[in-house]
Write a protein that binds this ligand. Structure first.
Ligand code: UDP
Length: 239
């Protein structure tokens, strides 16, 4: 599979449809997949953290999460078909799972939120078998949470613990599910607790701006974005 190097992170040249196809085949044929949705914040922190970068680059799929990744690829002369965000991919997988009766486990978000997401999702995707657990557990409690997931035996494990914890969790838990994927704040959106950006913002690649306006405390995280842009441009200039 073709990969593009962005500041040391190797991104797969895949769109949403192809990603769903690979994952569906993985579940059908029993091939385990670990998936990273790589956004600019993650790529930026990985270039300063060798262990994290290794974890990302050894994943089975590393998907371009956000317009900042598609843009960076273009700076180096490559074309990524589109961005593949955690929420978009999750919604497509729920549709697929609805037909194939997949078992999907939601790990992450505040207590009560995964349960709410499960209730909401059963309304729309009655064919999926769902369970969940919140993401505010201690290191001591972790084995219990893992045991619960193991008992459920998910086809798909969606891990929304925030980066890089979700990436570390998935790397450390081989065999826990056919597909393990980091999804950031997706479980909040599935539960209805957090609204997704309206279509206008998504169409105009401004989802990040909407999320920032809705939740100004994200400014500290998004402050790395200009640094990311400068780093990409600097690398392009040096090449
Ligand atoms: N989270 C969690 N446990 C923690 C810290 C965070 O489950 O110890 C959850 C948090 O509630 C949120 C998600 O991780 O649902 C991270 O969302 P964020 O918006 O930061 O991720 P993004 O989608 O921007 O990558």
């Amino acid at each position: 599979m073709e990969k593009i190097d962005i500041l040391g992170t190797k991104i797969d040249v895949l769109g949403l449809k192809e990603s769903v196809k690979i994952i569906s085949e993985g579940v059908a044929t029993g091939q385990e997949l670990r998936i990273v949705t790589a956004n600019p914040e993650l790529i930026y922190s990985a270039q300063k953290n060798e262990e994290l970068q290794k974890i990302i680059n050894t994943a089975d799929l590393v998907l371009p999460d956000g317009i900042g990744v598609v843009w960076a690829a273009r700076q180096f002369g490559y074309r990524l078909p589109e961005r593949v965000t955690g929420i978009d991919l999750t919604l497509r997988l729920l549709e697929e799972g609805n037909q194939r009766r997949w078992r999907i486990f939601l790990l992450g978000a505040r207590p009560g939120v995964p349960e709410k997401a499960v209730t909401e999702l059963y309304r729309v995707y009655p064919g999926v078998v769902l369970s969940g657990h919140h993401g505010y557990f201690s290191k001591e409690k972790e084995p219990l949470v893992i045991e619960r997931i193991r008992k459920f035996a998910p086809d798909i494990l969606l891990v929304g613990l925030g980066a890089p914890r979700q990436e570390l969790f998935n790397a450390a838990n081989q065999g826990l599910a056919m597909v393990r994927m980091g999804v950031g704040g997706t479980i909040d959106v599935l539960s209805g607790e957090v609204k997704r950006a309206p279509q206008f913002y998504r169409d105009n690649k401004l989802e990040w701006l909407y999320r920032l306006a809705a939740n100004p405390s994200r400014i500290r995280r998004q402050a790395v974005l200009p640094l990311y842009v400068l780093r990409v441009l600097w690398k392009k200039y040096r090449q």
